[in-house]
Design a protein around this ligand. Structure first.
Ligand code: URA
Length: 436
């Protein structure tokens, strides 16, 4: 059956409902390069305004899922779970979480993305480890998974290939922040990994794609329902992205902080959210385990080095230098460090995740265009965080940069991202709630 793309676009634009076969046709024709980007962009923009109903969303997700292979991981006997974040700034959780969950006997076949917009990506962070390969072939991926219990790679063209194409198109056509489009993107590629359970870290706050907590709850509910309808057990935690997670933003700096977390050290917020999501993963895989029991076991694994040893094994199996887990000075370092000092006495009332994320991209830690290379060494360390009291002249942040000019530009942006006041700001919960 052949449809007219202008008619389908106008039906959606005017709030109409499309039949599953019409949506399948759009995906098939776009995959075969018979629908140009400009028509698909117009269609995506119509979805931004009009949404998709439940049947449309299932049809769109199914078509994306079947744009590639669905992995058969039955050769790995452990229960298989993955965690996915809707994207944040300073969000390095996947790096400590995967080895931690694996150390509990639960496999994590993790396929991650690169940075998108102002948000960072696990693949860019891992690639700052000398030698680390995220481009494993699927058979190598399965071997590492069977051997280590987790494997961390970039998306391959074999698995939900359409998501990668659509994602790049959405990034440059302002069509990312749509609940159905985000849900279909995440669920299609995660279900294709061959997992039994999925834990979603749905961010809200300034640095999240869904800033408003109510919209973030709606996204979490849509994601959970959609994953369950595809036969994957799912739950979500709503976590704050009002300020960056942890104290570092920038690829190698974030790996260093993730290693600190795996050593039982590092910032408390990173540890808290990592443990909460790791516990969700283990409980999802082992349904008769209780969250309290699981949490204390997970804490012990961070504190006694078992999770770190697992990470060292993973790094080695993926071609990286496992010594970075003992000596983080082996990670790339920027030639210049410039400190920004507090202009006032008082409390930090705002350390805006979005502004800091954009600033880090401008510094070179992320991409402005798809073809840009990221600089693994540059980034920022935040010493003063929301709610902390500071004295005038005390260091607030240290910029790791290639040139003095880049460092000064970053400091100007940090000045716009921070606000100081006489009273501490209202405390925000790190984990707002669970869905369901
Ligand atoms: N993360 C994804 O994987 N897809 C989206 O569309 C947005 C965030």
């Amino acid at each position: 059956m052949n449809y007219s793309m202008p008619e389908l676009i106008s039906t959606k634009r005017d709030g109409g409902v499309l039949a599953p076969e019409e949506l399948e046709w759009i995906i098939a024709e776009y995959t075969a390069d018979r629908i140009p980007d400009y028509q698909l962009s117009a269609f995506l923009m119509a979805i931004i305004f009009q949404g998709l109903n439940g049947d449309e969303l299932s049809a769109w997700t199914d078509a994306m899922l079947h744009s590639g292979d669905v992995l058969d991981l039955s050769s790995t006997s452990m229960p298989k779970v993955d965690k996915h974040s809707t994207g944040g700034v300073g969000d390095k959780i996947s790096i400590p979480l995967a080895p931690l969950v694996t150390a509990c006997g639960v496999a994590i076949p993790m396929m991650s993305g690169r940075g998108l917009g102002h948000t960072g990506g696990t693949v860019d962070k891992l690639e700052s480890i000398p030698g680390f390969r995220t481009d494993l072939e699927l058979d190598e991926f399965q071997d590492v998974l069977a051997d280590v219990g987790c494997a961390m790679i970039r998306q391959t063209p074999a698995i939900a290939p359409l998501d990668g194409r659509l994602y790049a198109l959405r990034d440059v056509t302002a069509t990312v922040p749509s609940i159905p489009l985000i849900s279909a993107s995440i669920v299609s590629k995660k279900v294709a990994e061959g997992i039994e359970a999925l834990v979603l870290d749905v961010k809200y706050g300034s640095g999240a794609f869904m800033r408003d907590p109510d919209r973030a709850v709606l996204l979490a509910e849509t994601l959970v329902d959609l994953a369950e309808s595809e036969g994957v057990r799912a739950s979500a935690l709503l976590t704050s992205m009002e300020q960056p997670l942890g104290c570092t933003v920038g690829n190698a700096l974030e790996v260093r902080e993730a290693v600190d977390c795996l050593r039982g050290e590092g910032p408390a917020d990173l540890r808290e959210v990592t443990l909460a999501l790791a516990a969700e993963c283990v409980v999802a895989a082992v349904p008769d385990a209780t969250t309290a029991e699981v949490c204390s076991g997970l804490e012990a694994m961070l504190d006694d080095g078992r999770a770190l040893a697992r990470f060292a094994h993973l790094v080695e199996r993926q071609g990286g230098d496992p010594d970075v887990t003992a000596r983080t000075d082996l990670l790339p370092e920027a030639p210049l460090r410039v400190t920004w000092e507090s202009p006032a006495d008082g409390f930090v009332t705002r350390a805006d995740a979005y502004e800091i994320g954009v600033a880090a991209v401008e510094l070179g830690a992320g991409r402005r265009r798809i073809e840009d290379e990221v600089d693994p060494a540059v980034g920022v360390e935040l010493f003063a965080r929301r709610g902390m009291s500071v004295q005038r002249g005390e260091p607030v942040a240290e910029v790791h940069a290639r040139t003095e000019g880049a460092a000064q530009a970053m400091i100007l942006r940090l000045q716009a991202a921070y606000e100081f006041g006489e009273a501490p700001p209202e405390e925000l919960p790190l984990v707002l709630r669970r869905v369901p």
